[in-house]
Structures are given as structure tokens and as C-alpha cells.
Design a protein around this ligand. Structure first.
Ligand SMILES: [Zn+2]
Length: 205
């Protein structure tokens, strides 16, 4: 079990584990209306509501409109290099500040599972958990996410430093995920899940 229960939370789906072969970008749906997405060269467009979701610097941008205020504050903190976030340090220095969490995840969480299928990290920030999961379970399809585009840019830097790549870097809001129901086999969030107003609904989805 994770020793840092306040800051480190793992959620495993209660539904029977299933093998999903749909591991490419066609698995995404519109986070606003759940319509089908048509992939284009620069991103996606929803065939139902015509909203556009671009891909920028390799990051799939699925953050919807109408975010709540504390989520907007989180995004602003990521965008502001003077906000005091440890993640604004050089990637290796930022990683050092997370050492206890990283060790705990590696030694006490990942070691408890044999992961297959789809892995989602929510509120990942620099998304170190996604990289460790991909390293230990290379057959897993790993989605590294945060609500802030600036966070994912930092995550990509760390990914290069660690020489570990997830299958997808994407922005999303956990209340409006761009995935069909029951899609994920494992969802991980560090200091994140307590911020989700409808956690039960999120886990069901
Ligand atoms: Zn739509």
C-alpha cells in the first residue's frame, strides 16, 4: 500500500480487467459532448459539436471550456515561472523535490500490480508516474495528463531526461475526460484525487 495516503492515491477499476486493442488516437472522444472525433493533421474536430482539439508540440489538448476557479488558478500557477512551484526548477532539480513520492510509487504501488491495458495519470504535473509505469510495464498504453499545457511542456522535458516516453501526453479536466466509460484499467493521481468534486462519478467513468 502507498505509505503517503494523503498525497498519493491509486484507484484500480472494480470492473473486470479486459484487453483493449484500441490503443491509438481513435480512442478519444469529445470531452464536451462525448461525440466522435475526426482526426486531422493538426488535431481533432468533433463530428457532433464541431469543437476543435489541437495537438501542439506533441501534446493533445483536450482541456474543455468552463473550468472551475481553482482549476484556473492551478493553470495560472503552472504558466507563471515565478509562482514558486518546484516544477519550475530545472527538471532534474524538480525531480529531486519529489523523491519520497517517486520512491513510494515505485516500491510500494507499482510493485503491487501487474498492469496491462490502459493506464491514466491525472494531474500528473511532470508525469513521472507515467514514465515509471511505462518503464515497468511497456505493454501498457500510458496516458500522461494534467489540466495545464505548461505542465505537459515540463513533462516532455522530464520525459527526455529520463529517456522514457508515455504513449500520449495530453491535457484534460478530470470532470470531462476525452474517453469512453470504463476505458481505463488503472488510474493514478498524486495529490490530485481529493480535489475532484465528484470522485465517485470519476471512478465510475
Ligand atoms: Zn463534441
Amino acid at each position: 500500500m502507498c505509505q503517503l495516503s494523503k498525497d498519493c492515491e491509486g484507484v484500480s477499476s472494480d470492473s473486470p480487467r479486459k484487453v483493449i486493442t484500441m490503443s491509438d488516437a481513435s480512442s478519444f472522444i469529445c470531452p464536451e459532448c462525448h461525440g466522435q472525433l475526426l482526426q486531422q493533421a493538426s488535431g481533432y474536430v468533433c463530428v457532433a459539436c464541431n469543437r476543435v482539439y489541437p495537438i501542439r508540440s506533441g501534446i493533445h489538448l483536450f482541456t474543455p471550456h468552463g473550468l472551475v476557479s481553482h482549476t484556473m488558478e492551478d493553470i495560472r500557477a503552472w504558466d507563471d515561472p515565478d509562482s514558486g512551484r518546484a516544477e519550475h526548477l530545472e527538471p532534474w532539480r524538480a525531480l529531486l523535490t519529489k523523491e519520497p513520492l517517486i520512491r513510494d510509487f515505485e516500491e510500494n504501488v507499482l510493485s503491487q500490480f501487474s498492469l496491462t491495458g490502459q493506464f491514466l495519470e491525472v494531474g500528473g504535473g511532470m508525469c513521472w508516474a507515467s514514465y515509471l509505469a511505462k518503464n515497468r510495464f511497456p505493454d501498457c498504453v500510458v496516458y500522461a495528463s494534467d489540466v495545464a499545457y505548461s505542465a505537459l511542456l515540463r513533462a516532455e522535458q522530464l520525459s527526455g531526461l529520463m529517456k522514457l516516453q508515455p504513449d500520449f501526453h495530453l491535457t484534460l479536466d478530470v470532470q470531462s475526460c476525452p474517453f469512453p466509460d470504463d476505458f481505463f484499467d488503472f488510474v493514478f493521481g498524486s495529490a490530485t484525487l481529493h480535489q475532484i468534486p465528484d470522485l465517485e462519478g470519476f471512478v465510475r467513468g
